[in-house]
Ligand binder design. Structure first.
Ligand code: FES
Ligand code: FES
Length: 174
C-alpha cells in the first residue's frame, strides 16, 4: 500500500491509502468518482486517459493514467478535464471544441482538451511565428487517437483559440 497526497484541480486530496498496483485511472474514476478521465486502450497508445501534470516551475505536460500507478502521482499537482471550467464558465478551448463540433462520441475529448491546454500554456511562455503554428498544433496533438476521426476539427479549434489571442501566443514578426 502507498499513502497518496496530491493536488487535483487545485484541491488537495489525501492522505489516501492505495494499493501499489492501482492505476491512476482507477484511482480517479473509481475512488474519486472523477469519470471525466476516460479509459480507452489501456495500453498507453490512445491518450484518451491523459491528464495534465503541473511542474513546480510553471511548466506542464500530459501523461497517460491507464498504465501508470496512482502511487507515482504522490506529491504531484495534476489537472483533469473537470478543472477546465471556472465558476461555471467554459474555458476558451472548451468553447471552441463545442463551436467546431470537434468531438463526436467524446471519448477522446478530455485528452485532446488537456493537450490543447498544455500547448496554450507553452505558447504563452514561448510564442511561435504564425507560419509555424500549423506544425506546432499538429505536433502537440499527435499521439491522441480519435476513433471518430475528429482530428481536423480539434486542430481547427485549437488554432482558433490561439489566433483569437495572437498577441499572447504568437510572435509579433509574422
Ligand atoms: S487509455 Fe490510456 S493511453 Fe489509451
Ligand atoms: S470523438 Fe469519438 S473517439 Fe474521438
Amino acid at each position: 500500500m502507498t499513502t497518496l497526497n496530491l493536488t487535483i484541480n487545485g484541491r488537495k486530496h489525501g492522505p489516501i491509502e492505495v494499493r501499489d498496483d492501482l492505476s491512476m485511472n482507477d484511482f480517479l474514476r473509481e475512488m474519486l468518482g472523477m469519470t471525466g478521465t476516460k479509459f480507452g486502450c489501456g495500453a498507453a497508445q490512445c491518450l484518451s486517459c491523459a491528464v495534465i501534470i503541473d511542474n513546480p516551475d510553471g511548466t506542464s505536460y500530459t501523461t497517460p493514467t491507464c498504465v501508470v500507478p496512482a502511487a507515482n502521482f504522490d506529491g504531484k499537482a495534476i489537472r483533469t478535464v473537470e478543472g477546465h471550467a471556472k465558476d461555471g464558465e467554459l474555458s476558451a478551448l472548451q468553447r471552441a471544441f463545442i463551436d467546431h463540433f470537434a468531438f463526436q462520441c467524446g471519448y477522446c475529448t478530455a485528452g485532446f482538451l488537456n493537450e490543447g491546454q498544455v500547448l496554450l500554456e507553452l505558447l504563452a511562455r514561448e510564442p511561435v511565428a504564425r507560419d509555424q503554428l500549423e506544425t506546432v498544433i499538429a505536433d502537440a496533438l499527435d499521439g491522441h487517437l480519435c476513433r471518430c476521426t475528429g482530428y481536423i476539427k480539434y486542430h481547427q479549434a485549437v488554432r482558433d483559440v490561439i489566433l483569437a489571442d495572437a498577441n499572447r501566443y504568437l510572435t509579433a514578426s509574422k
